[in-house]
Design a protein. Structure first.
Length: 260
């Protein structure tokens, strides 16, 4: 298998048709729990190759299961049955070992530090069917298809406000942003909102950062860390939608060209 600096090795025709290449990272260990989450990241590096080099660097001590380049090339870095080291110190819905419970996908992207911009169409077209296969295979709830900022709000802001969560939701792969808020904001005070935010899944240790992470995901047009009636109504509706258990159709994604 190609090591750092050797370039990705094409995946055999008997492998996952959605994966174009494999470069196995040494940075993984055994899972301690079943897969129940999918976490999306961006690399915030100059290029896909630079990101792969880092994710395969034993001294760096980081990895992910997949990296998708801006031109849509999917590289497998860690087998799904193993625990990749992508989430760091994180939390979601009571789970503190997010790495054990999740599949991590890195998107080749400059991030906020190197010139934040929209994600490429080729990259999203490669991501969606991969996500759909993972969600179906592991029966991942839509509320557990999340971003790095959701599981580590005090530390991370990726994949950020330009990631097309609404499009991912239209394919039935994550909960959609509520479009009707007739029930309004039921939270009488900030404490009630924080308790509901924690119930939804967020670590509220740093309250302002937790609110910013929620806004970044669910109201990206205004991220100010301030609790207001709009985000209260959104959170309440999300809790209702999640608790109803409606999963949606995770197979209605557009077909893309198989790897060759």
């Amino acid at each position: 298998m190609g090591g750092p600096g050797q370039g990705p090795k094409p995946t055999s025709s008997t492998g996952d048709e959605l994966v174009h290449a494999t470069r196995l990272s040494p940075n993984f260990n055994d899972r301690k729990t079943a897969i129940s989450m999918l976490v999306v990241h961006y690399t915030e590096m100059e290029s896909a190759e630079a990101a792969i080099e880092r994710l395969c660097d034993e001294e760096a001590g980081v990895s992910a299961h997949y990296l998708i380049s801006e031109d849509g090339v999917v590289t497998r870095l860690v087998p799904e049955e193993k625990r990749a080291w992508h989430a760091g110190k994180s939390y979601w819905r009571g789970e503190t070992d997010v790495n054990s419970a999740s599949i991590g996908i890195e998107l080749d992207h400059p991030g906020h530090g190197l010139g934040y911009r929209k994600f490429s169409e080729a990259q999203i077209e490669a991501l969606v069917p991969l996500m759909a296969r993972i969600v179906k295979q592991y029966d991942i709830p839509r509320a557990n298809v999340i971003g790095h900022s959701d599981v580590a709000p005090a530390r991370k802001i990726d994949p950020g406000e330009l990631f097309p969560w609404d499009r991912i939701a239209r394919y039935g792969l994550t909960l959609p942003k509520p479009d009707k808020l007739e029930l309004g904001d039921p939270f009488d005070n900030d404490g009630a909102f924080y308790l509901a935010l924690e119930r939804y899944g967020y670590d509220i240790t740093d309250g302002i950062k937790a609110v910013e992470a929620f806004q970044r995901r669910w109201r990206p047009e205004l991220i100010d860390g301030v609790i207001d009636g709009q985000i209260g109504a959104i959170l309440f509706q999300l809790l209702l939608d999640r608790d109803r258990g409606s999963r949606g159709n995770a197979n209605c994604y557009p077909r893309t060209r198989a790897a060759t």
